[in-house]
Design a protein around this ligand. Structure first.
Ligand code: NAD
Length: 357
């Protein structure tokens, strides 16, 4: 049996169902700094230890796996403590908020190759996007040349009034567009060479939210494919992942009820309606694969390498939006040398560092 502890009982509470689905898991402790959440947890899960102190979970030798679902600004310190104490970690996105933190996490993991770390990049589990990936692999869309991936947040109150507006730093790229960057890399198997980006906070004028609430990034991939990734937080629009994938043989356009697949240039051709479930995911859906990976020493659905690559692209977007420069995404070993605006992209596999991807 693997003993599990969970830190943060917002989306973290939904992780419980994910762990319970695996017969080799037992959730033994949960943690929240809010009194109300601890009272709720004690009543709802009477056999589970409830604490206000994350260290109690991160340093407990009887706990094997920790879900980190605290506010974004705590993830890094919880990860460092968790890895240092031999825990496997399932971390809510974003993994961390700064590039130097990512580098440190990678170094810690490199010294502990027996530990697993993953992140809840949950859109991969959406039946709609899994269906799309199969179609891309079967060649139904031909050679991909352009992707638009817009994250419409649609819940402005959460950045203007909740913790997102009051923690020391919040990024709509790391907090939202990260899902679209993951979809882009996972669907195509491509990697990103360089990015340009601009941002605005017009939608948050007069609120306590001090950072860009909207960022638009243009990406050039290694294959030559181009993409646009957007984090659009203040939109007057329901929460939605506006994904359009264009290939030489077909175009996939996501919609709320269904997606459309166009496979003919002829005007008036009726597109195929794709009605696989969207989003159709539970926030704990990646956990089964994470536990299997720990038990069998295999890679989970979202590997550490996947997470590092996605984060590196997000940090490049952040840097490009901040500096107004085109920013390269690099592999391990290509640290910013002061002459190029490069952002480190890990290609870390079991302690092996590789050259430029
Ligand atoms: N993967 C996804 O699709 C997804 C969706 C929503 C949120 N998230 C992520 O989950 C994390 C939590 O967001 P949320 O929406 O659940 O917020 P939330 O406010 O609903 O819940 C967070 C809970 O964590 C507790 N908490 C915060 N910091 C803590 C700490 N240091 N120690 C113990 N408890 C702490 C808070 O008291 C709160 O109860 C964020 O990182 C967010 O980005 C991911």
């Amino acid at each position: 049996m693997l003993n599990v502890g969970i830190i943060g009982l917002g989306v973290g509470e939904q992780h419980i169902a994910g762990y319970l689905r695996h017969p080799a898991c037992s959730v033994v402790a949960v943690c929240d700094i809010a009194d109300k959440k601890r009272v709720m947890a004690q009543a709802k899960y009477p056999d589970v230890r409830v604490t206000a102190d994350a260290d109690e979970i991160l340093t407990d030798p009887k706990i094997d796996v920790v879900s980190i679902a605290s506010y974004d600004n705590y993830h890094y310190e919880h990860i460092v403590k968790g890895l240092s104490n031999g825990k496997h970690l399932f971390v809510e996105k974003p993994l961390c908020l700064h590039q130097h933190e990512l580098e440190h996490i990678q170094a810690l993991l490199q010294d502990r190759p027996h530990l697993k770390i993953s992140s809840n990049l949950i859109l991969r589990m959406s039946p709609r996007f899994r269906d799309l990936k199969c179609r891309i692999q079967k060649g139904e869309l031909g050679t991909l040349y352009y992707i638009e991936a817009d994250y419409h947040y649609g819940r402005i109150h959460k950045i203007h009034h909740g913790w997102r507006g009051s923690i020391p730093y919040y990024s709509v790229v790391l907090g939202g567009a990260v899902h679209m960057v993951d979809l882009l890399l996972w669907l195509t198997g491509d990697s990103v060479a360089e990015v340009a980006a601009v941002g605005t906070n017009i939608g948050s004028k007069g609120s306590c939210f001090k950072y860009n609430d909207t960022v638009v990034a243009i990406l050039r991939c290694k294959s030559g494919m181009v993409a646009k990734v957007v984090a659009n937080f203040p939109c007057v629009h329901p929460h939605f992942h506006a994904l359009s994938v264009y290939g030489t043989k077909g175009s996939f356009i996501n919609g709320t009820d269904h997606a459309l697949l166009y496979t003919s240039h002829s005007a008036g051709t009726i597109p195929e309606v794709i009605s696989t479930l969207y989003p159709g995911v539970h926030k704990g859906d990646l956990i089964y694969s994470f536990i299997e990976a720990i038990l069998n020493d295999t890679e989970p659905e979202v590997s550490s390498n996947d997470v590092f690559r996605v984060m590196a692209v997000c940090f490049a977007i952040e840097q490009a939006a901040r500096n107004g420069t085109v920013t390269s995404v690099c592999s391990v070993g290509e640290f910013n040398d002061g002459t190029h605006n490069t952002v480190w992209q890990a290609d870390y596999r079991r302690g092996r560092k590789t050259g430029r991807a």
